[in-house]
Design a protein around this ligand. Structure first.
Ligand SMILES: Nc1ncnc2c1ncn2[C@@H]1O[C@H](COP(=O)(O)OP(=O)(O)O)[C@@H](O)[C@H]1O
Ligand SMILES: [Mg+2]
Length: 255
């Protein structure tokens, strides 16, 4: 990659494929030789358990770094691939940092001294914790928004784009939306096709051409704590995420 990027993968709704997207893109980038850091900001800590197992509880997490202003804890999880783990305490972040001056720039500050060690940093954003999401956006160069095709997809999208506008207007003018990616897509469902058309008519080329199709292999791989490219490199999930990464790279090079 030509420059360094920090990308927030964000949505206001849970279950839309944020964690799956961060895990797949991160694994692939690392395999391609890019020094990659994944940051789990979500109190559900699904990204952490995908890579470290459900039972493993790291001694320090992103939460400790936020509270104590200590360094971000970094765990090596593969060649070129590091992880900052999360904990369920991230759900209570708001009450702890609310009164702190510069509360929206804490993650940006924590990344200051380490971001140059990486070619790319991917942040798995929380869906309900607005201060966690704002911190992610203030620290990022861009945002990728996964959208799952259901009737409320568009509503969640408006909330994220408003948060991007707030972050960019008030704190981080370089922040941009890389794209909106349809996940768990099934071209035989009329709802999915209709939602894609509606999104394209509102957001035009921001909607990525690559769709991530519904693929149970992605669920199975996550349950086994394996990345999709190890689990089944030929399945639709692996193919779609590889195509998505190529499309994102082309977009980033144009910015
Ligand atoms: N393309 C897909 N096809 C089928 N299941 C998927 C797909 N993407 C994600 N999933 C599954 O859907 C659930 C929610 O995905 P996840 O990535 O955890 O969403 P989020 O992080 O937005 O809450 C998980 O069980 C995941 O394995
Ligand atoms: Mg998640």
């Amino acid at each position: 990659m030509r420059r360094k990027y920090i990308i927030s993968v964000a949505s206001h709704k849970g279950g839309v494929g944020r964690t799956t997207t961060v895990a797949a893109l991160g694994t692939l980038l690392a395999r391609q030789g890019e020094k990659t850091l994944l940051i789990d900001m979500d109190s559900q800590r699904n990204l952490t358990s995908t890579f470290l197992g459900i039972k493993y509880m790291p001694r320090t997490t992103v939460f400790d770094a936020f509270c104590n202003e200590a360094d971000l804890p970094i765990i090596n999880i593969g060649e070129n691939l590091d992880l900052v783990p999360s904990s369920i305490e991230m759900g209570g972040l708001e009450s702890i940092i609310m009164k702190r001056p510069g509360r929206e720039s804490i993650l940006a500050g924590l990344l200051q001294s380490i971001k140059n060690l990486y070619d790319i940093i991917l942040i798995d954003c929380p869906s309900q914790n607005w201060i966690g999401m704002l911190n992610s956006f203030v620290a990022s160069t861009s945002v990728l928004i996964p959208i799952c095709c259901d009737s409320y997809a568009a509503e969640g999208l408006i909330q994220v784009t408003q948060m991007v506008e707030l972050a960019s207007y008030s704190f981080n003018p370089i922040l941009a939306v890389d794209g909106i990616v349809l996940t768990r897509y099934n071209g035989r469902r009329t709802l999915d096709v209709a939602i894609e058309q509606e999104l394209k008519s509102h957001y035009g080329s921001l909607v990525m051409n690559t769709r991530i199709r519904e693929n149970s292999k992605l669920v199975q791989a996550a349950l086994l704590g394996q990345d999709i490219f190890t689990y089944d490199p030929d399945c639709n999930g692996a193919i779609d995420y590889a195509n998505l990464l190529e499309e994102i790279k082309l977009k980033l090079e144009k910015i």
